[in-house]
Design a protein around this ligand. Sequence first.
Ligand SMILES: [Zn+2]
Length: 468
Amino acid sequence: MGWALPPALAGPKSIHVKLHQRLIRILPLGLALGLAWVVMPPTSEGFNLLGGQLDLGQRDYRFFNNFTHATANTYQIPDPDFPGALGAELAVWKGAAEWGSRLHGTGGYDPRQPDGIGSGGSNFDSFYVGLATEPGGVDDNIASMITGFFATHAYTEIPIGDGWRIRFVQGPDDWQDHPDPSTWQGSFPWDIQGTMTHEYGHALGLAHTNVPGATMGSPTQLGVGLRSIEADDIAGVQFLYGVLDPAKPVIETYTLAGSQITLHGRHFHPTNNEVWLTQATPGGDGTPVKVLGVPSTAGGTRLSFTFPNTARAGQVAVKLPGFSDIDLSNSYPLDPLREPYFRQPRAYGTSKVNSMGQSPTLTLAGHASISHGSFALDVSGGTLFGPGIVLSGPARDAKPFFGGTLWIGPPYTRERVFTYQASFARVTIDVPPGVQPGDTRFYQVWFSDPGDPQGVGLSHGLWLTFSE
Ligand SMILES: [Zn+2]
């Protein structure tokens, strides 16, 4: 789906722009496609490259919401991981965010993406600047709809290094923004989010792959199958931008004090950070709202700034002085009116079915409040009166473990040994020392199950965020 002009055909940018505009105007799409593929590198096993990568100064992008289909802006439920965006804007933002270096906020509240949004694991992160008021030029980094009939759902124009333009074609497609395809209306439904994920893969330098199931491969499920990038796509973005470097700055969460925002993370510059924010007013030239010269504290782990009135709820990123891919942090969802630790605890992964055929569960009873000093976890689905243990760790993981999965990463803490009463227990857990509001921790129950071949029962994982 879609196509992209390889730089080999382009030459210097000015020539490329002219040549490209002519291609669009006078050639039927089939011919343009054929021309593009002739000069593409031969297909190999796995991902293919367009022959360039997106410069550090081109990670910003905007969206011009000129979709006219009634089906394109139906979804009006806010997603805390994508604050301030609904409808097609939310779908486009989620599509680009999927390529991010790490999970976008919690990784998403969308049950259709259990692995979370933000799966790239490379030194590449996009930044959502906000709405545009026009489609812009071929290197203005704007996604929008274009009317007319083309033999494709969407395409990307790619000067590569210095920018791109994505067009969703309003041909026969009924463009759909709703994350749940069972709600879709129209004769030719097609998914905005998955299409954006695919086209943004072209923008960052990937060509089509022949690996089945890959986002840069052939579309499935009316485009929905493209939403989540797969191993081959991840290998591609990691080849272009490098595997995520531990030295890349990270925003993990934030706290609010009036209009003062404090980012919590790692590797912020001691004296000279740029804070990037989503713009309040549609239009502009694509530059994020910036707060300049911001120092960090606490060994580069805290960074405070005043939220400017030219910004809105959206994303925040931190840019260090420098020009390497690792000088730009991940993009983190930011709502200036709401702290992320109000988020609900999140179950993830699957339980190992126990010897009585039940799936053990682990839920938070009440709040994980630091000031209370402890909190309660409800565990069920264990053996009738057997012992169990609550384990915790600082990270998510997914390792095979006694016929199930260990969902937490080391170093592990044995939080509490308990005994089931009729397969249920309420277990009190101490808040870990030194925890700050917004910090997260991951919990799982491991219990004795004598009827199991390996004698072990395991719950799913539980992701908690601590509040004050
Ligand atoms: Zn394509």
